[in-house]
Design a protein around this ligand. Sequence first.
Ligand SMILES: Cc1ncc(COP(=O)(O)O)c(C=O)c1O
Length: 419
Amino acid sequence: MNIASKNKKLSVKQLYGLLEQEIENAKANKTFKYEVPIEGKQGGVVQVANKPHVMLASNNYLGLANHPRIVQAAKDGLEKYGFGMASVRFLCGTQNIHLALERKIAEFLGVEDAILHSSCFAANDAFFTAIFSSDLGVKEYRDVIYSDQLNHASIIDGIRLARIANKTTDFHAYKHSDLADLERLLQANQQADYRTSVIVTDGVFSMEGEYATIDKFVALAKKYDALLVVDDSHATGVLGKTGRGTPEHCGVHGQVDVITGTLGKALGGAAGGFIAGKKPLIDFMRQKSRPYTFSNTLPPPIAAAALEAICILEEDPSLVEKLHSNTSYFRQAALDIGFKILDGIHPIVPVMLGEASTAQDMSQQLLDEDVYVRGLWYPVVPKGEARLRVQISAGHEKKDLDKALQSFEKVGKKLGVLA
Ligand SMILES: Cc1ncc(COP(=O)(O)O)c(C=O)c1O
């Protein structure tokens, strides 16, 4: 459809036409995101097109999404607390189970308090907007945010919102995981009269499966008196000997100022997010977070099941151990077969393929071989760095991983990825 450049007003019909065209373009450019439905529960093996498939695309790191104790906790929560609260937290949406979950999250992460949100996306939006748009009695203040170039979309959006709410907030995107670049920026601003400096990083970067060296961030934040915020969505329940995330893995458990995270990945995989940190900050968020104030409370069965997920982790580290041993097994075997993977220890294992078309063909052919894995390509990752993002789970048995590896080898050879 050709819209004359002079008159940019669209009829509603034209708008729909243009939207359709966008979709067609995405399909033609092979950037359209297709959904492959699962006929049943999430797990190490799932049912697709009436056949079992090894699931290598889920954030169900601990295999808790359908663990019997989690399912029972959700049922008990439903019985005891009901389905929904039909309210935001501060009106009549706070139950004992919400408070118990907040206490448990804080205790697990070694901080003073935590506040639930409907998602980590909402928590990240909430945090930045609340902090930077409140004057806290300081006149004509200016703040500064230092954010990793590859931080998650929710951090980027949170910062965008915060800078709309307060146009004086300065922003620097430091080079990915480059502490020298971050320190150069911190140093350059030492004489600037900022009220608050905030450093924010993903704990684990989800396209690379690479973790941030949080011990070094803690040291830098202390040196320059900055508030350190870590989004540990892909690390809580995953990294560290007991699953307490990147701070535990890096030997600084309890030393990060603010941790944001999700209940939608390792911790049961349903939904929900949180901000955890010092009590005054969490108390302040309860008053000022807009998604907390103006959006519904977490459904009680989800709160009950997430609480149970953390109890399971506290009682028994064997799921985390199984996740770690499954991960090293798959990583080593993929290397032995001859695949190029990004080095690391995280259950996100990027299998590097180069061209987008190779990643697309390989994920489709693996699906035909009963292996469910998704490809990533430009613009999600840089051009020429298309990959399959394998995600390992404690819900996998060795035979599932062996089956996946055999299929990877077969399809890799067929497509000329392997010699
Ligand atoms: C680093 C990071 N932060 C936040 C989120 C959003 O979490 P939620 O699904 O709870 O909104 C994700 C999920 O993709 C993530 O990877």
